[in-house]
Design a binder for this molecule. Sequence first.
Ligand SMILES: [Zn+2]
Ligand SMILES: [Zn+2]
Length: 189
Amino acid sequence: MRSVGLLDFLNRSPHNKKCIQCGQRAAHGYSEAAESDCRQIKPLCLPCLIGQLRSDYADFHGRAIVVAPAPGLPCYVFRDRDFLRSVSSNSERDADILFGRIGECVDCHNAGTCAWLESRGLTIKTFSDVLDKGHRHTLLAWGNPDPLSLCGRCTADRIGKILQSNAFEFFEICSPHQGQQGIVMPMAY
Ligand SMILES: [Zn+2]
Ligand SMILES: [Zn+2]
């Protein structure tokens, strides 16, 4: 597995690059899928990234747990069911239960596709516990509110607002696509 060390992360910071769509200073790196080769990670400025996320999440019709962006982690990526299963049966089981509970979007009342979770307690030291033990025994036990159902557009809007109001940057961000199932979470490799 490729690892992104802190020095690596700083050296490859998207802030040193220009947005490939508009030429403004890039804020984050965007890829099609987690653990893409560096050359496949496109530097994007925040407005261009938010446009891309809105388009990805609007097309998304699978099921995803989406944990809010948090500082101090290099990546904010989608991981599919196969990945969850390979890490632990706990997180796959937790995800299944939660997928079954996704209802109408709490923000706009359209059909929901995502279960939104806040990320209090999620750090570079604790993120692997969430993947190992599932969100119920970690994020929910750490005082985060119960998951909310959201449609894709409202999920992308919430991600965009958090990225706009914080200085942190992600080396790699990717979205769930089409009918995939899995989890989007701040993490490291
Ligand atoms: Zn741009
Ligand atoms: Zn909505």
